[in-house]
Design a binder for this molecule. Structure first.
Ligand code: F3S
Length: 763
């Protein structure tokens, strides 16, 4: 089977002693998240995994090197991550890793036609990912096998483990007691190449769940409520840890739903202590050995009793929710933290102008596509059929995995939905990531409402239509609202008219936490890598416009770099989206040269207030940023980018550092950096510098030329001096601070971190 019990046993063998050491160092009882973090330290002295806890880390302050147990990647982000990994010169990945093909499959007609269509459109990407996985020992889940986070929960997540994944909802694995964190491709490359992974030691938010859910309330409503309390930013830099009797009363996949949407409050991740629901799930998913191993150390796989008894003393913030009183919620539109209890929707919706007629109900996504989710929603759908109700809205269902789909089909759940004319889409992300063929022309589509069980509902996310009001709810509420066709339908109190003209009421949902006859599947879609991949050829068509093998960046020649021109002086906000836009550019995520045509096109030029219009100093003309930069490159002229505060905030997308590097930019000099982007620049062999004196930003003129005066003495804790030569020949020196340590300076010298890793692998 696909999981690695020996690796898990290795983690558990050291877990109790590391927890004890951490408790001693920290000097107080520990939360579960702290235990997992301290049990996964990198040994900085020996530069290898397995560091013993010897330092007390300050939450929200200290940057710490960790050694995660696993890496998971989805098809959109895996492309550049694996193209980079190929540069590391390693025969195999250093930790168990998997690739999941789930994002590039559109939902339109139904599972088999849509899957075939995706194969026709994206086979070169799929073939590349399959061959590169095969070569480097990476588990491969083919298109249709399922959504990454459901498949990870079913196969790989384990209590007390630590994983990273190149997708923000990697956090879903917290449902099985992990610390699982979404990262950019560059971080995944580091861990797969055997390097440490750095994280600012998170703050801790505790959520105490009392009471027990009943009636229409579902785990989804817990996180919809928490999102309403904390808002989309309230969890930033923190791990949310759920505990209390209410937590134990919930299924493992329900816990996964709650952790999944921790991404919507900005949390680093969320987690739950190991309990019987997790044991049941492990056993039901063919992992008795993991359950037995976890049971052997179970007292360590949850927070200390004292922490949960007096949470205010040990968490930075505590929230308490009584599940017995929790009402179903509908969150939205356009943001997942706009929480409306269902009993209030009749008052709220009309005043806001939200369309009351609901056109679609969508069940699925990594958030809510478990067997339990489908069974509870199916119990509502079945009542509709039995009570003579017709659904008013259309239904779309994306099962989370082939195992869930196969079992749900065997148990008649999918037939129930089909009796309501639902469309069963591929086991994939589909509408959740905008892969939904709902409209021919979404930009001009009409105002409407939809309800879905997904996690995100930002404008245009599902169908590209800015006028679609998307509301997030539990799968059973989605079913009830889709059947009624009304946003303000409250199934707890309202009735519906059936085909005989009678008033009927829907009973509360019922479902099975796990299939009573067990899970079943014929082909789960997993392809194991070759035992020896050295002879495997990685398939990339040289004429492809979507994939391009990377060429190593040039090493530094050891001299002061001089004669640099200003590419752009960016003014105001310059996020990774401004530097490397998403949208249609996603298609080129695996082709560095093509995606570089979006380089900095969203940045505002401080000299004319415009985007994507900069002066070409070679001939005085103006042009688009990538085009002008390509002219500099062709002429052998190096360039510099100047920016404002918090340059590179936003996502951890490594393309935002790779593109300027590829096009020949040497340095990025700003007032301040978003830390992840600064690190990404360092990894790609660029100079990420800050003004020692912020006012020097104003000294930079459009026609300036730049010379480093002491780059040949580049060393830690020593600022660099940049000579700025203005068009009138006058000169001034600017002091540039940097945060490069000795290792990072080696990255710069080698041309990139990967060049250095490869050189070490070859040595
Ligand atoms: Fe896919 Fe949506 Fe989850 S895009 S990984 S189903 S958030």
């Amino acid at each position: 089977m696909a999981f690695d019990i020996e690796m898990i046993k290795g983690v558990y063998a050291k877990f109790p002693e590391r927890v004890a050491a951490a408790r001693k160092i920290v000097g107080r009882p520990l939360t579960l998240a702290e235990k997992i973090l301290y049990a996964h330290l990198w040994d900085t002295e020996k530069d290898q995994p397995g560091g013993e806890p010897t330092t007390k880390f300050e939450r929200g302050k200290d940057y710490v090197d960790f050694a995660p147990d696993r890496v998971a990647m989805q098809d959109a982000t895996a492309q550049m991550a694996l193209l980079q990994f190929m540069q590391a010169g390693k025969p195999n990945v250093a930790v168990p890793s998997t690739v999941h093909l789930d994002h590039l499959i559109q939902a339109k007609i139904g599972a088999s036609a849509d899957l075939q269509n995706a194969m026709n459109q994206s086979s070169e990407v799929f073939n590349f990912l399959e061959s590169v996985s095969n070569k480097y020992g990476i588990g491969f889940w083919k298109p249709g096998a399922g959504i990454i986070h459901q498949v990870v929960l079913e196969n790989y997540a384990f209590p007390g483990g630590m994983m990273i994944g190149t997708d923000s909802h990697t956090v879903n694995a917290g449902g099985l007691g992990m610390v699982a964190i979404g990262v950019g491709g560059a971080d995944a490359v580091d861990v797969m190449a055997g390097m440490p992974w750095e994280l600012k030691f998170p703050k801790m938010i505790g959520v105490k769940l009392t009471g027990k859910m009943n009636g229409w309330t579902a785990p989804k409503d817990v996180i919809l409520k928490v999102a309403g309390i904390l808002t989309v930013k309230g969890g930033t830099g923190a791990i949310v840890e759920y505990f209390g009797e209410g937590a134990k009363s919930m299924s493992c996949t329900g816990k996964g739903t709650i952790c999944n949407m921790g991404a919507e409050i900005g949390a680093t991740t969320s987690t739950f202590g190991y309990d019987e629901s997790m044991e049941r799930y492990l056993r039901a998913t063919d992992r008795n050995d993991v359950a037995d191993a976890a049971n052997a150390i179970k007292e360590h796989l949850t927070g200390d009793a004292e922490v949960y008894a007096n949470p205010e003393q040990y968490f930075d913030q505590v929230i308490e929710i009584n599940l017995s009183e929790l009402e179903p919620h509908l969150n939205g539109p356009f943001t997942p933290d706009l929480a409306t209890p269902i009993s209030k929707m009749k008052e709220v919706a009309p005043g806001k102008g939200w369309p009351l007629d609901v056109e679609w109900g969508l069940i699925g996504s990594c958030t809510n596509s478990s067997y339990e989710d489908l069974s509870r929603a199916a119990s509502i759908a079945k009542q509709a059929v039995d009570k003579g109700l017709k659904t008013k809205a259309d239904f779309g269902i994306n099962p989370g995995s082939e195992q869930v789909r196969f079992t749900a089909e065997r148990d008649g759940l999918l037939q129930v939905f089909e009796d309501l004319d639902a469309r069963i889409f591929t086991n994939a992300c589909g509408p959740c990531i905008g892969q939904w063929g709902r409209y021919e022309d979404p930009k001009n589509a009409p105002k409407n409402s939809i309800v879905h069980s997904f996690n995100r509902n930002f404008s245009k996310r599902a169908d590209g239509n800015p006028n679609t009001h998307a509301f997030v709810a539990s799968p059973e509420m989605v079913a009830a609202i889709a059947i009624s066709g009304r946003l303000d339908f409250n199934p707890l109190t309202d009735t519906l008219t059936n085909d005989k003209g009678e008033q009927v009421k829907l009973d509360p949902p019922v479902g099975d936490e796990l299939p009573t006859k067990g899970f079943d599947v014929e082909d789960n879609g997993y392809i194991a890598p070759a035992a020896d991949g050295s002879g495997v050829e990685v398939k990339v068509n040289p004429d492809s416009d979507r994939l391009q093998l990377l060429t190593p960046f040039e090493p530094w020649d050891g001299t002061n770099i001089t004669g640099m021109k200003l590419l752009i002086k960016a003014e105001g906000k310059c996020t990774t989206d401004h530097i490397s836009m998403a949208g249609p550019w996603l298609r080129y995520r695996g082709h560095l040269d093509n995606i570089s045509n979006n380089c900095l096109i969203g940045a505002v030029n401080a000299f004319n207030g415009e985007t994507n219009n900069v002066k070409n100093q070679l001939d005085g003309s103006h042009g688009e940023v990538p085009a002008v930069q390509r002219k500099y490159k062709a002429a052998g002229v190096k360039t510099i980018v100047v920016g404002d505060h918090n340059y590179g905030e936003g996502s951890s997308r490594e393309h935002a550092a790779m593109e300027p590097r590829h096009l020949g930019v040497i340095a990025v000099l700003v007032k301040s950096f978003a830390r992840i982007h600064e690190t990404n620049l360092k990894k790609q062999g660029m100079l990420g510098l800050t003004f020692a004196n912020e006012a020097d930003y104003d000294k930079i003129q459009e026609d300036d030329t730049f010379n480093f005066l002491d780059l040949d003495q580049f060393s830690p804790n020593k600022p660099l001096t940049l000579e700025v030569v203005h068009a009138d020949g006058s000169k001034e020196n600017i002091v540039c601070n940097h945060t490069y340590n000795a290792q990072q300076i080696e990255w710069f010298k080698a041309g990139s971190a990967l060049n250095l890793i490869r050189a070490m692998a070859e040595a």
